[in-house]
Design a protein around this ligand. Structure first.
Ligand code: PLP
Ligand code: COI
Length: 368
């Protein structure tokens, strides 16, 4: 894929983080970004890799007033061969386009979506951290840029991709998180935006998350907006319950993001012959399973969150401790298997890894 490329001169490249143990998530950005502009008359134009810089936007841009925007999140891992493993990028490209359709934004050619990421990896591979548990997070985004204060769908858009080195998403690191179930706020409703990766869903969650944090919980578990009974997902990951040997998880639908990590977990469980039920599950069922001792583990799955064990679950002021508030063996096995595939230390039977070999990275050359 040929893009216009403007590189940052070597002497102006920013220093890479030296302490990878304190990377956290989302605070550091690599030297380059990708941008491409769209108009309804001309289609996509001027794909370019350029220095990471502030955007210039009219204060009247539609995205700033009506939230017409979508994004994706995926990761690139430094593997043992000295090349880069990009995890399930084609699935992120497909989901990005499903979000685009729902938000009435233009779709992006999946070859350009992945080509843009590869071009950034080529230039910024030194930003991919080296320690286990770290990776380069990739954030493709589209915003409605047409300046217009009336409510309508945009005729101009900007697609951009930024990247940055990350470690653990949650302040707990890769340790169990404390979650509270929201019985007051809703994240998404039927016919709404819940299955799209769009800013509004996250904006809807912020107040609840702040209140949860003030009460000592890291995340909020959302229930369905109509009855506040059925478990949906956490603000940054899908949720799975292991009850009496069976993994139960809410089905993907209009109000839940179709997580690529959860899909990967379900495919691994199929391979391991673990019974799985994708079906509606009420919060009462979870409480009952805890009461009768059959709730073995609860864990979240997401790109940023990886596999995140839930140690405590709070509902209406009652806190359940799951797996002795620790990491259950099952979540740990999944975490190790998934990370093993992502870092290339374990086989990739599903073809999830797209290997990229940036020139000058010093690894073996690869194809495909
Ligand atoms: N649910 C929400 C609301 C999310 O933001 C995410 C993260 O992307 C997920 C679920 C997990 O999706 P994935 O595994 O594709 O990252
Ligand atoms: C991701 O996991 O990639 C996400 O987009 C979640 C976000 C809240 C960081």
């Amino acid at each position: 894929m040929d893009f216009r490329i403007e590189t940052v001169p070597p002497e102006q490249r920013r220093p890479k983080p030296t302490d990878e143990s304190s990377l956290g998530f989302g605070k550091i950005y690599s030297d380059h970004m990708f941008t491409m502009r769209w108009t309804s008359n001309g289609g996509w134009d001027d794909p370019a890799v350029k220095p990471f810089a502030n955007l210039e936007l009219s204060p009247a841009s539609l995205v700033l007033h009506y939230g017409q925007t979508i994004f994706e999140g995926l990761k690139a891992y430094r593997n043992r061969k000295g090349t880069v493993n990009l995890f399930r990028a084609a699935d992120n490209a497909a989901r990005f386009n499903r979000s685009a359709v729902r938000l009435d934004l233009p779709e992006v050619d999946p070859a350009i979506f992945t080509g843009a990421i590869e071009a950034l990896l080529e230039l910024d591979h030194e930003w991919i951290p080296r320690s286990h548990g770290t990776s380069l997070y990739v954030r493709p985004t589209m915003v409605a840029t047409e300046p217009y204060i009336g409510l309508k769908s945009t005729h101009e858009a900007l697609f951009f991709v930024i990247t940055g080195p990350v470690g653990a998403y949650y302040p707990e690191g890769f340790n169990p998180v404390r979650i509270t179930v929201s019985d007051r706020y809703s994240r998404a409703g039927p016919g709404g935006l819940g299955s799209a990766k769009t800013a509004a869903n996250y904006a809807a969650s912020l107040k609840a998350e702040k209140e949860a944090l003030a009460r000592g919980f890291t995340q909020v578990l959302w229930l369905d907006a109509a009855e506040r009974r059925y478990v949906e997902e956490v603000g940054s990951m899908n949720i799975l319950f292991k009850i009496a040997g069976t993994v139960v998880t809410p089905p993907v639908g209009e109000t839940i993001l179709a997580g690529i990590t959860k899909d990967s977990v379900l495919k691994l469980l199929g391979q391991w012959d673990v019974p799985v039920e994708e079906r509606p599950i009420t919060i009462e069922e979870v409480l009952d399973a805890h009461a009768d001792g059959s709730l073995e583990e609860v864990f979240g799955a997401g790109t940023a969150a990886v596999i995140s064990p839930v140690g405590s679950l709070d509902y209406k002021g009652r806190t359940l401790h799951v797996a002795n508030a620790g990491t259950g063996p099952f979540a740990e096995r999944l975490f190790n298997e998934l990370m093993g595939i992502q870092y290339g230390t374990r086989p990739d039977p599903f073809g999830w890894i797209h290997e990229v070999a940036p020139a000058g990275m010093g690894g073996a050359s690869v194809s495909g």
